[in-house]
Design a protein around this ligand. Structure first.
Ligand SMILES: Nc1ncnc2c1ncn2[C@@H]1O[C@H](COP(=O)(O)O)[C@@H](OP(=O)(O)O)[C@H]1O
Ligand SMILES: [Mg+2]
Ligand SMILES: [Mg+2]
Ligand SMILES: [Mg+2]
Length: 329
């Protein structure tokens, strides 16, 4: 069989790698003063810069493909934001010297798709913005959705150790093409990728689970109850962003629980599309808390889903059962 989506895979990998350079440049410059002043501007600059770089590459390679991205440039174009726009343009120019303010805004606006299409890209230019500001985990997540199915994914995790358990070097990109398995590439350099595979853990009590760092994004108390019910004694690993999908995909965790915190929050497509393909291609399973597959054919939100459960596959049924027994709504 011919390999499918070869060009899309190559472009997606190169695009998230380039954006990761910009994000690293900006994160490296965050000082204690930024945190003390609760200044969110570094992540705002990185969000816009990352989206501009990736949309530029997609526009070059696939001019007809729409992009459903998290950010839009309306705020950035306001005269009052001129200084912020200057910072974004300066960061983009370190990678694309010919970039102008107008071009940067136009690239960002290529990410303005808000309705479902039979073929579209979805982009989270920085996922885990809170982690980014804390100097912790964040991700750059890009996925191609065709007929409602994620076909190609690239997930850059600039602060995740390249090898599980080792502290350095950091920076890994996970990619997947449907039907072809999942790969982990060094973020930098020409190194060969390795195949990633979920864990073989079959005893729920032995499960290592992860969840959001932010308790506002995922109910920590409900997850603790589910864990207790499964006999899990290890504390959860808490980390920001779709790096949690990567943890399950490479067998460093067995479960990722994202249990709803309040009625009304609806998950976003760009927070999950890339992670879902990487985990499923690594042999794992992803559903919502009711066991339904995540729907990427409804626009920017997962309007028909509630929460997210990610597992190595083997543990999935037991986890859904425990969630139902605990009564997570
Ligand atoms: N109340 C809520 N419940 C669940 N997710 C939420 C939320 N409020 C924001 N989010 C999403 O949670 C994402 C981060 O996920 P995590 O907690 O796993 O790091 C955010 O992505 P961004 O950081 O890209 O804005 C945001 O889209
Ligand atoms: Mg996000
Ligand atoms: Mg984001
Ligand atoms: Mg956001």
């Amino acid at each position: 069989m011919d390999r499918m989506f070869t060009a899309e895979h190559e472009v997606a990998l190169a695009a998230v790698r380039e954006a990761a350079v910009l994000c690293r440049n900006i994160q490296a410059a965050i000082g204690p003063d930024v945190l003390e002043k609760k200044d969110r501007s570094p992540v705002t600059v990185a969000d816009f810069g990352s989206q501009a770089l990736i949309c530029r590459r997609l526009a070059e390679a696939f001019p007809d493909d729409p992009v459903m991205a998290e950010e839009d440039s309306a705020a950035l174009r306001e005269p009052a934001q001129a200084a912020l726009l200057d910072r974004v343009v300066a960061e983009v120019r370190r990678l694309v010297p010919e970039a102008t303010a107008e071009a940067v805004c136009a690239w960002i606006d290529r990410g303005n798709l808000t309705a479902y299409r039979p073929r579209f890209w979805t982009l989270d230019p920085i996922d885990g913005t809170k982690g980014f500001l804390r100097g912790d985990q964040y991700a750059i997540a890009l996925a191609l959705v065709v007929e409602g199915q994620v076909q190609v994914a690239a997930l850059a995790c600039p602060n995740l150790p390249l090898t599980p358990g080792a502290d350095a070097p950091r920076g890994v990109v996970f990619t997947a093409v449907r039907g072809e398995g999942a790969l982990a590439w060094p973020l930098e350099g020409e190194g060969e990728p390795v195949r990633v595979q979920v864990s073989a853990t079959a005893d729920p009590a032995q499960a290592r689970f992860c969840e959001s760092f932010e308790s506002a994004h995922s109910a920590h108390d409900a997850a603790a109850e589910v864990a207790r019910r499964l006999g899990i004694t290890l504390p959860p690993r808490r980390l920001d962003s779709q790096a949690k999908y990567a943890m399950v995909a490479r067998g460093e965790a067995d479960l990722y629980l994202r249990l709803p915190t309040r009625p009304g929050y609806v998950e976003k497509v760009w927070d999950h599309a890339a992670g879902v393909l990487i985990v499923t291609e690594a042999g794992g399973r992803v559903t919502d808390i009711h066991g339904r597959p995540l729907r990427f054919d409804l626009g920017p939100t997962l309007a028909k889903n509630r929460g997210v459960v990610v597992s190595n596959g083997r543990l999935h049924a037991a986890v859904l059962e425990a969630i139902a027994a605990v009564g997570v709504a």
